[in-house]
Design a protein around this ligand. Structure first.
Ligand SMILES: O=P(O)(O)OC[C@H]1O[C@H](OP(=O)(O)OP(=O)(O)O)[C@H](O)[C@@H]1O
Ligand SMILES: O=c1[nH]c(=O)c2nc[nH]c2[nH]1
Length: 193
């Protein structure tokens, strides 16, 4: 998606440790017009698939997923929580995920009320790096007996391999910008053609 690639080129910065900082528009300050265009792009890609629910993971996926839902008939958006809370009751699906930016494991929790056999799920997230977050969400869907219809990602860092591993596993992964390489010394970013 050219609009997203242009924003990354203009406003993204490359940090040491394979970190691309795009918090001016994607995952700290949020450009909702861009999010709306991203939702439209996923709706075009996944047209023809029946989506009954969007599943994402806190925190950065939530805003993007909510705006994307407007393009999928306002289906419910569920976000997996990364901490237990007195506000979480009843039975839960739980797994653990290693967080790329926080560099530690988190529980990943969804109430059984909100993910069911018979759901046709679109997974949405801001970043795909090693694929840990998505494997966590896929595992929750498997536990619930829900079908993963596809995966919509804003920025995939292709060189970390998580996206291609998911494609090899048979998932339909639509990443709107795939960074093939990035250099913290020069700031240069190359996208997959
Ligand atoms: O493919 P992976 O290696 O799993 O990396 C991608 C995940 O990393 C980030 O989450 P993170 O827990 O770092 O932070 P967040 O709270 O900003 O969502 C991002 O939002 C994805 O969920
Ligand atoms: O802002 C971010 N930049 C990244 O490079 C990244 N990788 C996973 N999650 C990420 N979030």
């Amino acid at each position: 998606m050219k609009e997203l690639e242009d924003r990354i080129r203009r406003e993204g910065t490359v940090k040491e440790g394979d970190v691309l900082k795009v918090d001016a528009f994607l995952n700290h300050q949020c450009d909702v017009t861009l999010f709306d265009h991203m939702g439209a792009a996923w709706a075009e890609h996944f047209a023809g698939k029946t989506i009954t629910k969007i599943l994402t993971i806190e925190a950065s996926g939530i805003g993007i997923a909510c705006i994307a839902a407007r393009h999928f008939g306002n289906v419910p958006v569920v976000f997996a929580k990364k901490a237990q809370s007195i506000n979480l009751d009843g039975e839960q699906y739980v797994t653990t995920v290693y967080s790329f930016t926080k560099q530690r494991e988190f529980p990943v929790i969804v109430s059984k009320k909100y993910l069911n056999a018979g759901d046709h799920v679109l997974l949405i997230d801001d970043f795909l790096a090693n694929g840990k977050a998505l494997h966590g969400l896929i595992s929750l869907c498997e536990s619930a007996g829900a079908v993963v219809e596809g995966i919509g990602i804003a920025v995939e860092k292709g060189f970390q391999g998580g996206g291609d591993r998911l494609r090899d596993e048979g998932y339909d992964v639509d990443s709107l910008a795939i960074v093939e390489s990035m250099d913290p010394a020069t700031g240069e970013i190359e996208f997959r053609g």
